[in-house]
Design a protein around this ligand. Structure first.
Ligand SMILES: Nc1ncnc2c1ncn2[C@@H]1O[C@H](COP(=O)(O)OP(=O)(O)OP(=O)(O)O)[C@@H](O)[C@H]1O
Ligand SMILES: [Mg+2]
Length: 417
């Protein structure tokens, strides 16, 4: 189909929409980079009509790609994206309707708007055909340049805004990806620092034991030797020696306390369950809060990293009970269930509120969550006002025994009668 010669469009009367400027875009700068990319495809079997269209659109800052047949148009849309396609309805071979249908069938060009250019004498059924083939609009020749240009402007604007949005989505996804990577690195670093700290504490505990404990034992023995050789009647010296002996004893006691805070020997010697029993006993003795502990009857084999994590979590949770709960009783339970190692600490205090449980400022609880992350574990914190707080920590029990753990109620340090 032929377009009338250019004069017929009345080029001298063209005063339609001004060429697109950055002001048309929601974001000027982003638009600027995309502006050069906006292309439209004009499809017509008549070269003169194509040239006329090119001339008509010359002031719109667009790249106008031309195709002389439906086949050529298809090749073009496979190579690049277009803001809009101007499609002559009647062409020999693959006509406009068929070409539009094929363009719609392709993933890349599925949403590209197509405007059909058709003669006034086209009948209604062919208009319907055009819409069925995916046309978004119809323009009847002879074309009115301002109408054509303003319609193209709408689609070009849509295309550009869409491109900006897509770019924003891509930028956001990249930023999210970076954030995720840096979060993962920070987590890995935190976990590494945690284990370095545990190793360091273990080393310091060993050093204290090897050097100070031996020296104190030596002092105690020497003092006993001197005391046994004191002449009768030197009661002042004897009293002094006795107070020195008492001082050595209390120093030894504090030394053991410091050592077991650094690394409880029982954790390495007897395993996690025994260490939890011991810790619960210590907690009850020091805080005066009754602490019931339930441990699995069958022996658990838990690797060092998991044992350390669970033990440190227990220490943090028990410290929280003393500091915040106002509880009179706390129940500690360790069990192995469906390939998971579960630690539950439940108190009968005031009940943690949701905000405190999830606050980014709750570093103690955040530490608890961070500790289980490297194992793919989870933490559940629940509080009921004036009823208490229950924290459950679950670690996939890679190295724990699969045997169902039949829990028994035992008093800390001794079996419950
Ligand atoms: N067992 C509990 N009962 C009631 N409130 C609790 C309990 N445990 C924690 N909370 C509340 O949750 C808050 C956060 O606890 P978290 O352990 O993160 O921090 P913290 O104990 O205040 O300080 P730290 O960083 O020394 O642990 C506490 O300040 C307290 O208000
Ligand atoms: Mg705390």
């Amino acid at each position: 189909m032929r377009f009338p010669p250019m004069e017929v469009y009345g080029m001298s009367r063209i005063h339609g929409r001004a060429p697109l400027t950055d002001n048309d875009a929601p974001q000027g700068r982003a638009m600027n980079s995309i502006q050069t990319q906006a292309s439209i495809l004009a499809v017509d079997d008549d070269t003169r009509s194509l040239m006329a269209l090119q001339g008509l659109l010359a002031d719109m800052s667009l790249r106008v790609v031309t195709a002389k047949s439906g086949d050529e148009a298809l090749r073009c849309v496979l190579k690049q994206d277009f803001a809009v396609i101007l499609m002559d309805a009647r062409m020999p071979g693959v006509d406009g309707f068929e070409a539009a249908r094929l363009i719609r069938d392709r993933e890349r060009s599925r949403h590209t708007p197509i405007i059909f250019l058709t003669s006034a004498y086209e009948d209604a059924p062919s208009v319907t055909r055009g819409y069925e083939a995916g046309a978004v609009d119809y323009i009847v020749k002879p074309l009115r340049p301002e109408v054509l240009k303003s319609k193209i402007s709408v689609f070009v604007n849509l295309y550009r805004n869409n491109a900006i949005l897509m770019q924003e989505v891509r930028d956001r996804m990249t930023a999210e990806e970076h954030l995720k990577t840096s979060q993962q690195s920070l987590r890995a670093l935190a976990s590494h620092l945690q284990s370095v700290r545990e190793e360091e504490w273990t080393r310091i505990a060993r050093e204290i034991h090897d050097h100070l404990a031996q020296a104190l034992t030596g002092l105690k023995m020497d003092l006993a030797w001197i005391t046994s050789r004191l002449p009768k009647g030197s009661s002042a010296l004897r009293a002094k020696a006795q107070s020195m002996s008492g001082l050595i004893d209390s120093t030894m006691e504090s030394m053991h306390e410091i050592m077991s805070q650094l690394r409880p020997e029982v954790l390495d010697r007897l395993g996690l369950a025994a260490a939890i029993g011991w810790q619960a006993g210590e907690f009850q003795r020091r805080s005066g809060i009754r602490c019931n502990v339930s441990l699995p009857q069958e022996e658990l084999t838990v690797d060092r990293d998991r044992s350390t994590a669970v033990f440190r979590i227990l220490q943090e949770l028990l410290t929280n009970v003393v500091r915040h709960a106002g509880a009179t009783r706390v129940d500690v339970a360790l069990r192995s269930e469906s390939d998971e190692l579960l630690l539950t600490v439940a108190d009968n205090g005031r009940g943690i509120d949701e905000e405190a449980a999830n606050s980014p400022k709750s570093f103690g609880l955040m530490g608890v969550r961070e500790r289980v992350l490297p194992f793919g574990g989870r933490v559940e914190i629940g509080g009921v006002r004036a009823k208490g707080t229950t924290v459950t920590v679950a670690l996939p029990a890679a190295a724990a025994t699969q045997a169902a753990a039949a829990a028994t109620q035992v008093e800390p340090g001794a079996k419950e009668s």
